[in-house]
Ligand binder design. Structure first.
Ligand code: SF4
Ligand code: SF4
Length: 425
């Protein structure tokens, strides 16, 4: 694609990045076939190619309209188009730059602005836990999009019928000194997380139990909560970078000193955000190398299990095969490109994974997107559950809290993180 971005913009890192991405697109349109919003709305401006044109025009002309922002805001950021694109267009980087440029010129309607501010502040507030408990009490009165995000009560579903108690809690470590000498295995950092520990504490408990079964020790530094995904999804790059910087300050010294070997993520959305850190700090000479070190050390719990195969306890593979319906999150398959390897590991661990026909498509969660676009989110979830419901298995398993909560709100079967099933063995 030919571009004519102004020289003043090309002189910036963002401008040069956008130009490079735009020039890779050859207008072929292959990406339209796998774009969820294009499938539903049928409007080219709600497709990857259409959005690329909108961003190109906005960057070249310096002008943008409310309609342009609406089409960009409807994008899930699922990156399905990137998996499909034969030219290697890094669409998500262009979307970030384009949306920032457009929203600097066009104001969203006040209701949308209010909702985005409430989400940004509320999800990261220390009051999130108490607010969630209050939300459970007031659940019937909440708007539909928000109600779906508030689970009805503390989940008690144990994955394995043979393990009604679920994973046993394991006391986490909070300082490097405690982690200095693991009896066997490695010391790893498990980020504290922001909303997941409140929405589904069983995932962290299960992860700690699985790591303990490997002989690994878990370090949970007091700093390092939100990875930055929430403000990043809500276009607050400054707040996202501030959170990322705090995480790097907490984790990088542990990695550099050898006190920790890896950063383990049990939410693929957060894991993908950690891989974005080098881009976020590309123009920062101090934090760029640290961000790269953090991204290199970060991996999904499924990727870590594949590396630690020799430490698997015999009971994991001796258990009867378990048939489960499998929902691979977009962040795992399109963002991290880790789904095939993790699926192979899960099969080795005795999961008989049943993939839906539309496994490559988003379930409609996409973090805060589903709250801001409840109609589209509902439509995508209905389609996804239609395909998942056609599969055998008494539970649906996934690898990201956002998908888990979104699907569970309408699913007739429990929706769990697969690590909860493994920990129950
Ligand atoms: S990120 Fe997803 S929703 Fe957005 S353009 Fe690409 S495929 Fe479509
Ligand atoms: S598939 Fe890739 S090259 Fe083709 S139109 Fe989509 S983004 Fe452009």
């Amino acid at each position: 694609m030919q571009t004519r971005l102004p020289d003043s913009l090309l002189a910036t890192l963002e401008g040069a990045t956008a130009d490079a991405v735009l020039r890779k697109c050859v207008h072929c349109g292959f990406c339209l076939a796998t774009c969820p919003t294009y499938q539903i709305l049928g409007d080219e401006l709600d497709s990857p190619r259409g959005r690329i044109y909108l961003i190109k025009n906005a960057l070249e002309s310096g002008a943008a309209s409310a309609t342009t922002l609406q089409h960009l805001d409807r994008c899930l950021g699922c990156r399905s188009c990137e998996t499909t694109c034969p030219s290697g267009v890094s669409y998500h980087r262009l979307l970030d730059i384009g949306r920032r440029a457009v929203q600097a010129r066009v104001a969203r309607p006040w209701r949308v602005r209010l909702m985005r501010t409430l989400l940004r502040r509320g999800l990261l507030s220390p009051l999130f836990g108490p607010l969630l408990r209050l939300g459970r009490l007031l659940r019937p009165l909440l708007p539909a999009g928000l109600r779906d995000k508030v689970p009805g009560g503390p989940e008690t579903v144990a994955c394995s019928p043979s393990s009604q108690a679920g994973p046993r809690p394991v006391a986490p470590l909070t300082s490097p000194a405690q982690a200095a000498a693991p009896a066997s295995g490695h010391t790893v950092i498990l980020p504290r997380g922001c909303v997941q520990p409140h929405l589904r504490p069983a995932i962290d408990m299960a992860t700690e139990a699985v790591l303990a079964a490997l002989g690994d020790r878990v370090l949970r530094p007091a700093a390092g909560a939100c990875c930055g995904a929430i403000p990043a999804h809500l276009d607050d790059a400054q707040a996202a970078r501030a959170l990322a910087r705090a995480n790097i300050d907490a984790w990088w010294p542990l990695l550099e000193s050898g006190a920790a070997r890896a950063i383990i993520s049990n939410a693929s959305g957060c894991g993908l955000t950690l891989q974005d850190y080098p881009d976020w700090f590309a123009d920062d000479p101090v934090y760029a190398p640290r961000a790269r070190r953090v991204a290199e050390a970060a991996m999904d719990i499924g990727q870590w299990l594949a590396q630690r195969r020799e430490a698997w306890p015999a009971r994991w593979t001796a258990a009867p095969r378990r048939r489960v319906a499998w929902h691979p999150p977009c962040t795992l398959q399109h963002g991290l490109a880790a789904a095939p390897a993790i699926e192979a590991t899960l099969r080795e661990l005795g999961f008989d994974l049943q993939r839906p026909a539309d496994a490559h498509l988003c379930c409609g969660s996409a973090g805060a997107w589903s709250v801001l676009n409840p109609g589209l989110a509902d439509e995508l979830r209905g389609r996804k559950l239609g395909h998942l419901d056609a599969l055998p298995g008494d539970v649906i398993v996934t690898a990201n809290i956002g998908c888990q909560q979104h699907l569970a709100a309408r699913s007739s079967r429990p929706v769990l993180h697969w690590v909860e099933c493994l920990a129950g063995r």
